[in-house]
Design a protein around this ligand. Structure first.
Ligand code: ADP
Length: 212
């Protein structure tokens, strides 16, 4: 059987894509591209890309396809053994870009996480991310300000776009542009849907089974 080396995580904002991507990365020794993290870093660095993306991100809007596509192409072209995508593609145009570019290619597996809006709202409210290593946790699990990774010197912050108003815009964008990709990848026979509510460990058990 062909081994799984290209995995895509699909799902609404705060559904746990990043958390499951990290675990998959450790298990399969594959690099993760988190487009949201890369964009936030570009904004912090005030690079050309960051300046262009900043306004969209802070409002909860998707950045234009052209900005994200060149970023992904450059990153994926440098990966020789496969990858995990967390946050790309988010639109049908991005999905087509991925499939028609040989340097990126078709994923072996698309993991679609389903989480209801009410649960997502609870999660964004308590979500905290590390300034240094981008690890994501919640105030319920880790109420302190320091990063839960003792080796890391970063501290935890709440993302601007996790404010409720911004989250609502992101969720609407998701329903309009990204949710249709569940059908798109299902039609290609590569989608595995997972119910993503419940603790990360429980969701991980299901994700792990898919790649075992
Ligand atoms: P989440 O999964 O919690 O919504 P991310 O960190 O993946 O958050 O993304 C944060 C923001 O970065 C998005 O709301 C959007 O503005 C931008 N972004 C990330 N990936 C893409 C993409 N593939 N296309 C367009 N915008 C993107």
């Amino acid at each position: 059987m062909k081994s799984i080396t290209k995995i895509l995580l699909l799902g609404p904002p705060a559904c746990g894509k990043g958390t499951q991507a990290r675990r998959l990365s450790e298990l399969l020794n594959l690099p993760v591209l988190g487009t949201g993290n890369l964009l936030r870093q570009a904004v912090a660095d005030q690079s050309e890309l960051g300046k262009k993306a900043e306004g969209f991100i802070s409002q909860g809007l998707y950045v234009p396809d052209s900005l994200i596509e060149s970023l992904v192409l450059e990153w994926a072209s440098a990966q020789k053994n496969g990858w995990i995508f967390d946050g790309f593609p988010r639109t049908q145009a991005q999905a087509q870009f991925m499939l028609t570019n040989d340097s990126i290619g078709k994923p072996d597996l698309v993991i679609g996480l389903r989480v209801g809006k009410e649960e997502l709202e609870k999660r964004v409210n308590s979500r905290r991310q590390c300034t240094q290593c981008d690890i994501v946790t919640s105030t319920f699990v880790h109420p302190e300000e320091n990063c839960p990774d003792v080796k890391c010197k970063g501290y935890l912050y709440a993302r601007n776009d996790d404010a409720l108003e911004s989250f609502k815009v992101r969720h609407t964008q998701y329903l309009e542009h990204t949710e249709p990709l569940f059908d798109y990848f299902d039609n290609q026979g590569i989608l595995a849907e997972i119910y993503g509510e419940g603790p990360p460990e429980k969701v991980w058990k299901k994700v792990e089974k898919l790649v075992d």
